[in-house]
Design a protein around this ligand. Structure first.
Ligand code: GLP
Length: 241
């Protein structure tokens, strides 16, 4: 695990964006694992700018998002599919049919999870998996006590995560308590993992992830066993190391 500590969130986004730019230059038909949340937004904006300037192209890229809320239709403004379309996909030259988000409203979630794993495998696996981290150390929606070898499946959200994400839902709006998420085992198969974290609220999670022990209580700590993980943090998120 390589840990890169930078001054601020802008520097974190640029460092992360450079990794994606270099990957695209080396392999235009890359397979990216993508993440939602507020942390990757600046990185997405950098990549949008580079794409619009013609420096990189996503025309051959296939993408697989980490997770999705259960029971929200893709057009729901709080769905992760909607987030990805609005914040990233509609601004770049990616073919939308090459973008995948776990189907949170599938009639048969168990089958949908197996199919999602199959689609990743059929694409040749993930070249770079982008991750954020929850305050409790979750990656994707793999909450504490998740099996470290888990695959894509339905997961119950913890109260802490529901509370952290409540800011995106308006008052009285039903907030999902279930998600469909790539497993930790799925994430561990990515050839390169790039995890971003900024701000003091992530400091304890970063400490638990980097300094261990490897434990299901901090799902991100499994990345200590991954052969190629880059953790990019600002000073605030690194402050407990
Ligand atoms: C959600 C997502 C995670 C994300 C986390 C942190 O729970 N499922 O993938 O890493 O939030 O979000 P933020 O970057 O907004 O702090």
């Amino acid at each position: 695990m390589k840990v890169v500590i930078l001054d601020d969130a802008d520097a974190v986004a640029s460092y992360g964006a450079d990794i994606f730019r270099e990957q695209l230059q080396a392999k235009p038909a890359s397979v990216f694992g993508l993440a939602t949340g507020s942390t990757p937004l600046k990185l997405y904006r950098e990549l949008i700018e580079s794409n619009q300037q013609g420096d990189i192209s996503f025309s051959e890229v296939r993408s697989f998002n980490l997770d999705e809320y259960m029971d929200l239709p893709p057009e729901h403004p709080q769905s992760y599919r909607y987030f990805m379309d609005e914040e990233f996909f509609k601004h770049i030259d990616i073919d939308r049919s090459n973008t995948h988000v776990p189907p949170g409203n599938a009639d048969n979630p168990l089958t949908a999870c197996r199919e999602y794993e199959g689609a990743i495998a059929a694409a040749g696996g993930i070249d770079i998996q982008l991750l954020g981290i929850g305050r409790n150390g979750h990656i994707g929606f793999n909450e504490p006590t998740s099996c470290l070898a888990s695959r894509t499946r339905v997961k119950t959200l913890t109260e802490e995560t529901i509370a952290d994400n409540a800011r995106f839902f308006s008052e009285g709006e039903t907030q999902p308590q279930l998600s469909i998420t790539m497993g930790i085992g799925t994430i561990m198969e990515a050839r390169l993992v790039v995890l971003l974290a900024t701000g003091e609220s992530k400091a304890e999670a970063i400490k638990a992830m980097v300094e261990g022990p490897v434990s299901a209580w901090c799902p991100a700590s499994a990345l200590q066993m991954h052969p190629a993980t880059v953790v990019i943090v600002d000073e605030a998120a690194a402050s407990a190391l």
